[in-house]
Design a protein around this ligand. Structure first.
Ligand code: ADP
Ligand code: ZN
Length: 447
């Protein structure tokens, strides 16, 4: 079903006119109400009246995470703080968190775009939603919660962690829809496998995963492991939280951006100029309708590309590819750009490996070295052990050595950098406890 057919299936030309009108109003309001933006617009020699529509976006200044930090906590608000009804914050692994605020209308918008996202993912009114996103300052839990209620679902606010209890609740309450990080979906799938619960015996049909990068390889594992047809949900707290875009369950070929509210551009990070549709670059978003914390051209750091044109689901909203990584999690290994998601895609092609891994970056003799710690698939490992027990230790060892060689070869061929491959026993790679999972250990000395 389509939650807001009029907006989601609008004629692209009409939508562009709406976006342009909203952008003009936004720029005027920012110039009037937010000193930070008034100053930035002055510096860029832009008068609010100069902006005719979205085609003029390249003339407008970029906003970065550091701007939110520098004006912490409430310096970028376009309404008095007392008109804000909720605060969220991003995890902020280093330094101060980034604080964001919502007016009553913003919360209405938040639940509406998440209701749209849930419907794109296959959810319908009356279905039961098992919400395993973390509740609290993180936008995931409350975001999906109110979106589910808005759509008319029965929401179970489980939050992250306590996997035993999650599994029990899924077996007993029989949810139709699951949402959590993709890495946690794998944790849940392996817990069910351990208990010998077959995916086809689970009630789950649809699942929404996001908050961290993932790949089509991982998608196949989750589909199979939980018996679902899962889709990607994307968002960030600065823009609103989850619900900036979602794949439709029909095509699963790019996430439809709620572009009547969040206008996407893709910029080449070297030139800062927009790239053609289909070309990769950094996603930059402008909030067209937000009240409390409107942002102009927010630099997400996330790498993706856009595709326009008809979609099997009937929506006309532009689609963005799965996030390849962030400019800041891109590893530069001996001059070559490497994204963890590229390594993940290669590992997913090897049947002998589980979808769990860790990347360790070190520097040896002034050269970057990347080690891939890949976990063995449990069934494959059992096979090897059986052979070991039957006194064929040499044979098993040869097999592992051959596997290591093959994976290293495949990585080098696909990515163009040689990496050391280490095989881990089943269960040894880090698992998600519910939140975002960090798979990279950068042990290089800080410059
Ligand atoms: P923080 O990670 O700092 O706590 P957020 O919770 O707002 O802040 O996270 C937003 C970021 O999470 C995005 O910019 C993006 O890098 C990542 N993210 C969110 N959804 C997805 C997704 N579906 N695929 C890949 N990355 C995602
Ligand atoms: Zn679609």
């Amino acid at each position: 079903m389509i939650f807001e057919p009029k907006a989601e299936c609008q004629d692209p030309g009409e939508r562009r006119a709406l976006q342009s009108a909203r952008l003009r109003a936004l720029v005027a309001r920012l110039a009037d109400r937010v000193p930070f933006y008034a100053e930035k617009l002055r510096a860029a020699h832009v008068l609010p009246g100069d902006i005719r529509g979205v085609e003029d976006l390249p003339r407008l200044p970029i906003t970065r995470k550091t701007d939110l930090r520098d004006t912490y906590p409430f310096g970028l608000l376009a309404v008095p703080r007392r008109e804000c009804v909720r605060i969220h914050a991003s995890s902020g692994t280093t330094g101060r968190p980034t604080v964001v605020a919502y007016s009553a209308a913003d919360l209405e918008l938040f639940s509406t775009v998440v209701a749209r996202a849930l419907a794109m993912a296959g959810a319908e009114p009356g279905m039961l939603l098992h919400n395993a996103y973390g509740y609290g300052l993180f936008t995931g839990g409350l975001g999906l919660h109110y979106g589910g209620e808005k759509l008319g679902m029965t929401v179970v606010p489980v939050s992250g962690g306590m996997t035993e209890r999650q599994v029990l609740l899924i077996e007993d309450l029989k949810p139709d829809v699951l949402c959590c990080t993709p890495s946690y979906a794998l944790t849940l799938a392996s817990e069910f496998a351990k208990r010998r619960v077959r995916p086809e015996d689970l009630s789950l049909r649809f699942a929404l995963h996001g908050a961290e990068p993932w790949t089509d390889g991982m998608r196949a594992q989750i589909d199979r492991g939980l018996g679902v047809r899962c889709t990607n949900i994307y968002g960030l707290s600065e823009i609103i939280g989850p619900g900036v875009s979602n794949e439709c369950v029909e095509a699963r070929n790019g996430s439809h951006v709620m572009e009547d509210h969040f206008y996407p551009e893709i910029l080449d990070p070297a030139t800062m100029q927009p790239v053609e549709d289909g070309q990769e670059g950094v996603l930059v978003l402008t909030t067209l309708t937000k009240e409390a914390l409107p942002l102009l051209r927010y630099w997400t750091g996330d790498i993706t590309s856009l595709t326009r044109g008809p979609c099997a689901c009937g929506r006309t909203l532009v689609r963005m590819a799965l996030i390849k990584g962030r400019t800041d999690d891109m590893l530069i290994i001996r001059g070559v750009n490497v994204y963890p998601s590229q390594v993940e895609s290669v590992l997913a092609r090897c049947e002998e490996l589980a979808p769990h891994y860790r990347l360790v970056v070190t520097r040896e003799h002034n050269l970057d070295a990347l080690e891939v710690e890949a976990e063995l698939d449990a069934a494959f490992a059992r096979e090897i052990v059986r052979e070991t027990l039957s006194d064929e230790i040499v044979e098993a060892d040869t097999q592992l050595q051959a596997l290591r060689g093959r994976v290293a070869h495949l990585l080098h061929d696909t990515i163009g950098v040689s990496m050391k491959v280490t095989l881990l026993p089943p269960g040894a790679a880090p698992r998600s406890e519910g939140g975002k999972l960090n798979r990279v250990a950068d042990q290089r000395p800080r410059p």
